[in-house]
Design a protein around this ligand. Structure first.
Ligand code: MN
Length: 129
């Protein structure tokens, strides 16, 4: 079954790059360019994994993640932070917010697909238990 990936990203160039890589890899891509739109889409769409930009125009991506984790329905939804500021301490901040991991910017095909495959695989394994 094709995994459905929601990309929450306000930068059109980054969105275009992510879309191109994911479609080419055979994923189904859903797109939101703000935190509010991302949360609204999660209410109505089936999503297997979220790529969450940290700097969004309305709500910080990590605030969105914290809100989602408070909802039982999204407690185990795989979320990967998309971030240009993967400095010391940032990784801890993303994990503390509830992200499963992060993909550093500039985004590369190998890192994006690797992180997604790894996260979906771990999710599948934990669902079997
Ligand atoms: Mn942004």
């Amino acid at each position: 079954m094709t995994a459905r990936i929601l990309c929450v990203e306000d930068n059109p160039q980054n969105m275009r790059l992510v879309r191109k890589i994911l479609l080419h890899a055979g994923y189904h891509v859903l797109e939101a360019n703000s935190g509010q739109q991302g949360m609204a889409m999660l209410e109505t769409e089936a999503v297997d994994l979220v790529l969450m930009d940290v700097n969004l125009p309305d709500i910080d991506g990590m605030e969105v993640t914290i809100l989602l984790r408070k909802n039982e329905r999204f407690a185990r939804l795989p979320i990967l932070a998309l971030t240009a500021n993967a400095m010391h301490g940032d990784r801890e901040r993303y994990l503390a917010a509830g992200c499963n991991g992060y993909v550093p910017k500039p985004i590369t095909r190998a890192e994006l697909l690797g992180a997604i495959a790894h996260t979906l695989h771990r999710q599948a394994l934990s669902a079997q238990r």
